[in-house]
Design a protein around this ligand. Structure first.
Ligand SMILES: C[S@@+](CC[C@H](N)C(=O)[O-])C[C@H]1O[C@@H](n2cnc3c(N)ncnc32)[C@H](O)[C@@H]1O
Length: 276
């Protein structure tokens, strides 16, 4: 009996994800099942329906419900200089490589509300590398991208961000990068002068350029293994020879089909360099 219930639940989930894909083109079929199911159930409760099948009916007819679901499914937890040790390793290991290039094309995939992009821009500026860089910052979620372009963050997080910045090896005064008003801080517009924000879905969209550096941190953890592998191949194809790939602290390229095309630059901080 329990097996039958499990089977029915699995079919219900599969049909819902298929319906979303066919109706809206968003592909969540290869996301890790348990967290996905939890978020879908939460959305079902919020929409006051009893099951995923009922949620499917609502979603098919109501694009606004789909927008709410997208927001539930794309977890935007992020921070300025998140994992300061990563940014310290970046300064140590990646900056010297970037210095040998005349131009650096960077892809920041799954950039959420942009804190990672502003962090990178500050770091590159302090290292004198910003002017030669062009950053493509992408995410599945267009609302997150709008917030990223606006560059406004709650003032209450600035102490944490300042601490992260200092721990990451920041060389200036963090407060010079934003202005505060009331309970918000707005990052200086010149930090995104060389940034292009655009929607891109790692599950369905293709490579769109060749990059010297790709950052995709804390995104692959939401995918199942086959999708993680496909995205690893996408990154491998999108990198120039000797290009650099940076992942999140719980992510690795080591077990992917392209593992032997990369060598670690900073193993603990999940920074890899592609072979020729
Ligand atoms: C936890 S945030 C990571 C933000 C930032 N990279 C960091 O490490 O702080 C994960 C982001 O991945 C995005 N995302 C999830 N699935 C995606 C997909 N298929 N394609 C592109 N972005 C995706 C979400 O919208 C969310 O903004």
């Amino acid at each position: 009996m329990a097996v039958q219930v499990e089977q029915s639940d699995a079919i219900e989930l599969e049909l819902l994800l298929e319906a979303i894909h066919r109706r809206y083109g968003f592909d969540f079929r290869d996301y890790a099942a348990d967290p996905l199911r939890r978020r879908l159930n939460r959305r079902a409760r919020a929409e006051k329906v009893e099951s995923l099948s009922e949620l499917q009916g609502v979603l098919l007819r109501d694009p606004a419900c789909m927008e709410r679901l997208i927001d539930d499914l794309s977890v935007h937890v992020t921070a300025m200089f998140r994992d300061p040790a990563f940014f310290a390793a970046f300064r140590r290991e990646v900056v010297p490589i970037l210095r040998t290039q005349r131009f650096t094309r960077i892809w920041c995939a799954g950039c959420a509300t942009g804190e990672e992009v502003y962090s990178l821009a500050i770091l590159l500026r302090e290292e004198g590398l910003y002017e030669q860089a062009r950053i493509y910052a992408t995410d599945l979620n267009e609302y997150a991208l709008e917030a990223a372009a606006a560059g406004v963050v709650p003032l209450r997080r600035m102490q944490e961000y300042t601490d992260n910045y200092i721990q990451s090896g920041g060389t200036g005064d963090f407060s010079q990068y934003y202005v505060s008003a009331y309970d918000a801080a707005r990052f200086n517009r010149d930090l995104i002068g060389n940034v292009v924000f655009a929607p891109h879905n790692l599950a369905t969209d293709r490579a769109f350029a060749e990059f010297h550096l790709i950052l995709c941190r804390n995104v692959l953890i939401y995918f199942d293994t086959p999708l993680q592998n496909r995205v690893a191949e996408l990154f491998c194809d999108s990198l120039t020879p000797f290009g650099v790939l940076a992942l999140g602290s719980r992510e690795t390229i080591a077990f992917s089909p392209v593992a032997d095309r990369f060598a670690p630059l900073a193993a603990r901080e999940r920074i890899y360099r592609k072979a020729a």
